[in-house]
Write a protein that binds this ligand. Structure first.
Ligand SMILES: Cc1cc2nc3c(=O)[nH]c(=O)nc-3n(C[C@H](O)[C@H](O)[C@H](O)COP(=O)(O)OP(=O)(O)OC[C@H]3O[C@@H](n4cnc5c(N)ncnc54)[C@H](O)[C@@H]3O)c2cc1C
Length: 194
């Protein structure tokens, strides 16, 4: 059968499916270690709504290893004293001592806006040799071959890589294609984002 869909001839070392914060950070860590990374992201633009708000000192150290320590510090706020939740009468509902510096040398608690943090990571990735980002490419199929995996996207294009990493968040397509099990411990709670 004749192939009509475009196929990139190059075989990348690692393909990341999804370019949220985990894919952005992993792309920097891999590329800075000399690896050739292809990132395929479904949406044409970064998602602009705040979601995650907090990371600890160990994650600060990972940002540092990815070469963005100073830039990340510029968009985060450490907790000066106690972290508190109050009701409308001002009564403290939750009070946690998250002050000070952790063993990794970063503040124990760092607050941020996810779009700002992602902007730091995507700017760094854009300037990092070894990272190819293709937006508007939803991965819809993965085919494993002897020495590579072929990734097909919704545009009909195909890409190839020696390794694929599922950085596609909750409800991961990549995980759904892996022969692996999930253990559900039945944890559930109603949550609100404040
Ligand atoms: C409403 C809401 C509130 C939240 N509040 C908090 C909070 O208060 N604190 C906190 O720590 N965390 C919070 N989170 C969670 C936080 O946003 C996530 O933990 C974080 O975004 C996970 O990053 P990720 O890179 O793993 O996944 P995601 O951010 O989900 O990124 C995955 C990326 O993969 C892409 N993708 C998915 N499938 C494909 C595919 N087949 N092909 C190509 N690309 C694909 C997606 O478009 C997306 O860009 C919240 C999440 C939501 C939805």
């Amino acid at each position: 059968m004749t192939r009509h869909t475009p196929r990139e001839e190059r075989i990348h070392e690692v393909a990341l499916v999804g370019f949220g914060p985990v894919g952005q950070l992993l792309s920097l860590l891999l590329a800075r270690a000399g690896h050739d990374v292809l990132a395929l992201e479904r949406w044409p633009q970064p998602y602009d709504r705040p979601r995650a708000v907090h990371f600890d000192d160990e994650i600060g150290r990972v940002f540092q290893a990815a070469g963005v320590g100073e830039q990340v510090r510029a968009v985060t706020e450490p907790v000066p004293d106690h972290y508190e939740w109050r009701n409308r009468d001002g009564d403290a509902l939750v009070r946690i001592d998250w002050s000070g510096t952790g063993p990794s040398g970063w503040p124990v608690a760092n607050f941020f806006s996810q779009p700002e943090l992602e902007a730091v990571l995507t700017t760094a990735a854009a300037g990092q040799e070894g990272i190819t980002l293709r937006r508007g490419q939803e991965v819809t199929d993965l085919q494993e071959h002897d020495d590579h995996i072929e990734l097909t996207t919704g545009t009909g294009e195909t890409f190839r890589a020696r390794y694929v990493v599922g950085t596609d968040g909750a409800n991961s397509f990549v995980r759904s294609r892996m022969k692996t099990a999930i253990t559900d411990l039945g944890f559930f709670y109603d949550s609100g984002v404040i």
